[in-house]
Design a protein around this ligand. Sequence first.
Ligand code: CDP
Length: 794
Amino acid sequence: MTAAADPAPDGAYGPVRRKEDARFLRGQGTFVDDIQRPGMLYGAILRSPLAHARVVRVDTAAALAHPRVRAVITGETLEQRKLAWMPTLSRDVQAVLATDKVRFQGQEVACVIADDPYIAKDACEAIDVEYEPLPVIVNPRQAVAEGAPVIRDDKEGQAGNVIYDWEVGDAEGTEQAFAEADVVSRLQLHYPRSHPSPIECCGSIADFDRSTSKLTVYMTTQAPHIIRAAVALVAELPEHMIRIISPDIGGGFGNKVPVYPGYVCSILASILLERPVKWIEDKSGNLISTHFARDVYLDGEMALRRDGKILAVRMRTQADHGAFFSDAQPSKFKIGLMHSAFAAYDIPVAHMTTRGTYTNKAPGGVAYRCSFRVTEAMFFQERMMQAAAQDLGMDQAAFRRMNFVRDDDFPHRTPFGFLTDSGQYGKCLDVGLRAIGYDDFRKQQEEARSRGRLLGLGISTMTEPLGAGNSREYDILGIKMFDSAELKVHMTGKAIVRTGARGQGQGHETTWAQIVSHELGIPAEDIVVEEGDTDTAPFGMGTYASRSTPVAGAAVSMVSRKIRAKARKLAAHLLEVSEEDIEWELGRFYVRSAPDHGVTIQECAMAAYSNMPDGMEPGLENTAYYDPPNLTWPFAVYIVTVEVDPETGVWDVLNTVAVDDCGVRINPMIVEGQIMGGLAEAYAMANMQFITFDAEGNCVGSNYMDYMLPTAWETPGFELHSEVVTPCPHHPIGAKGIGECAAVGGPAAFVNAVLDALSETGVRNIDMPLLPDRVWEAITQRHDVSGAPPVRTD
Ligand code: CDP
């Protein structure tokens, strides 16, 4: 553990109510759309109705004729300023507004700036665009077929639609292990597209002040500092003249990490018109064109010994990235952290190949509540574990337990090369099995089957690499991944802490104050937390991939310790003893030999401004940049029981048990909220969320009837367990990330449960979502059901 100058007794951790809820629950949050600037104009985006077409002509005359339309920006306007294309976070380029071609349905073609948002929207319809349709590609198989049209003919040297071929692991060793296997188990599946779909869509207000040349942008971004760097580089504006403010955010889930054309258009319009310009995306625009997640085809094999020992794993993956490769992920990993698969299992050797392709779909691959593709990795892992246990005729739980990395095997090198450091996997599984009543359920299942009822039990485990960096291995476009915190303790002992993270509802305003309070004994209510303003917050990489607690949270405790070290000097001065003679207890220093003789942290704060020793720099403030030595590796077991109706294919969840070990919990109430939200999303992905593309590339399901967000009505109850706590050995307070775990690990538990109920049918796979007609088809036809419903493009 990182050395602490003084051991901090348990003080401030615990189930404290969220500070920020006071304003959110009263409707007093300040979201981008709540912000008004004097003289503000409004932008609306015209989107392409076609998925692939040459843009022959964009006629804006009728739109411009409207007296309250101030400008119409087209690809041509941008091209004149060399701004028609912008770099993506994966070193590709993306069209801001289409010039040569449109490459997916919903792509941005023009932007109207008007006096009010309704006029801007109406005027979009007056723009006349002539398209020349081109053949459309909607999956990786079509992308590499002979004669397939090249989607990205804008890129020099791009002959086909393959973006990358990448591999990791030991091909030869894996081959050898497979040759020695008693049993080889195989599984193929598709993790369908899903959409993060935050309640608040994306939006920005750009306000360029000609008199100071300062550009202020209010923006729905999870990563304000990265945006500032991107704006500086793309628009060639000086970085100190750019201020990105990310106010309250109505959910991000990864959707608000990338740079979107709407942001760029509002910035350019503000610079050109010298007026503030607001752009707020509508729901359809958000569902059809902002970044999707997943869309990966996974095909894998497991080499097994007859007694159940896993000898090797081989994975082949194909990712459908849509028209632009714009994933936000560490630059050196082409498919994110997909190779975190099987990290919890002791597997000697593995190999993975992966191919990324362009298709005529909106960009995909955003890390929706997920640490860069670990959701797909964990889903495949746990579906494969179930299939392999079935092939071996082994009990699901026993097979997992037999192959888990044991508690005393850490640090452990995973089959794809990560280093995990701690966990109690077997214990988590035992707690989960006891809670669900595993043995009893298996008996009930047998008995129910004899009466024609289909009961099923699904297990899923997950260990997720959370907290990118360290900076040695993790960077985005060369910007190293670390994070920061700045703490200022005022004269009266009240404090303000700012971090480089940007919460979107996770409760940072509460938990960061709890960390400071835990380290310094200042009551949490005396500490204000501020994030999201690049002019005031220290540089950081933002909040996604559950990295806030592992990195920014660690920085908060480290900066608190720096403050405590200075306060100790002040205490020694006030108590007139040497530093070595004083002890620390929460909130107070005292003389070791005279414990009643002491000073509080508040008295030290006052002294920092009014009575510091000779030679000491006044004030009590500091900044910490924290570069984590490793990722944190939380672990979880999710177990679900279901009943499937054989007549209709409808399935109901009977019970869900979650055992999450995220190390030390700063605020157990917030942690439970994160797990419940994640399980609700996992259930929705497995059960009801359907969004796909037909053969012409029309986005089907981009509405909340098809792409259903579960409410309390649809969502089953969850039983959460917190008794397993394995502190992270390198995190200053022993915490591991938690934000995404249940959304990552949950889907496989629901799917495994339904397939377990169907085990007599021989059906091995039903691709998500497990809509009733698909389950019914599997039951009645006794075959696997793959691909996206109901529009089959495979
Ligand atoms: O990066 P993000 O905030 O989305 O995820 P996180 O770091 O996993 O934290 C989510 C919320 O749970 C934050 O408010 C954390 O402070 C809190 N948390 C906690 O109380 N204890 C943990 N061990 C991990 C997170």
